[in-house]
Design a protein around this ligand. Structure first.
Ligand SMILES: [Zn+2]
Length: 169
């Protein structure tokens, strides 16, 4: 015969177990769903672009204001596009993907590579500036906060570091 305390403990254990199991289950379902979604995007690029175009012609004003809102909410997308455009104009190698950029930021713990400032609004800094022949590739891009990126400008990392040091000394 089980005591009341044993029964209660058993229930608590089961509740705990189910909570853990549910969380794991949902996570795996989510991963599965995201994989499917990604696969779909990869294989249906053309169809999706066509559908977007159709939507745009049918509801031009709504589509425009929606995309405006989207870019306001995701400023990093326009910034990434601008960097890519700059690289194209510089005529350099371009291979940095969105996924690589996300990984690079994660490796740097979502912090500026120069001052360590943590931010989810990091800019893409070309270690070797585009103007000095740097490429728009995963090897040459690090996350930088806005102020470091703009003060680094077209300097090479060493010049930038020395410049910063001299302001500290
Ligand atoms: Zn910084």
């Amino acid at each position: 015969m089980k005591t009341l305390e044993q029964i209660q403990r058993n229930r608590r254990y089961q509740a705990e177990y189910h909570k853990k199991y549910d969380a794991l289950y949902h996570q795996s379902q989510r991963d599965h769903y995201l994989t499917l979604k990604r696969l779909y995007h990869e294989t249906h690029r053309k169809q999706e672009a066509l559908a977007r175009k159709k939507r745009y012609t049918r509801f031009p004003e709504e589509s425009r204001s929606k995309s405006r809102l989207y870019t306001v909410l995701h400023p990093e997308i326009n910034r990434a596009k601008a960097e890519r455009r700059r690289a194209r104009l510089a005529g350099t190698t371009i291979s940095l993907t969105k996924e690589q950029w996300e990984t690079i930021q994660a490796i740097h713990d979502f912090s500026c590579a120069y001052c360590g400032h943590k931010s989810h609004n990091l800019t893409q800094d070309h270690v070797i500036p585009l103007s000095k022949g740097g490429t728009h590739t995963a090897e040459n891009v690090v996350p930088a906060c806005k102020s470091c990126n703009s003060s680094k400008g077209a300097k090479l990392p060493e010049q930038f570091r020395l410049g910063r040091l001299s302001t500290l000394l």
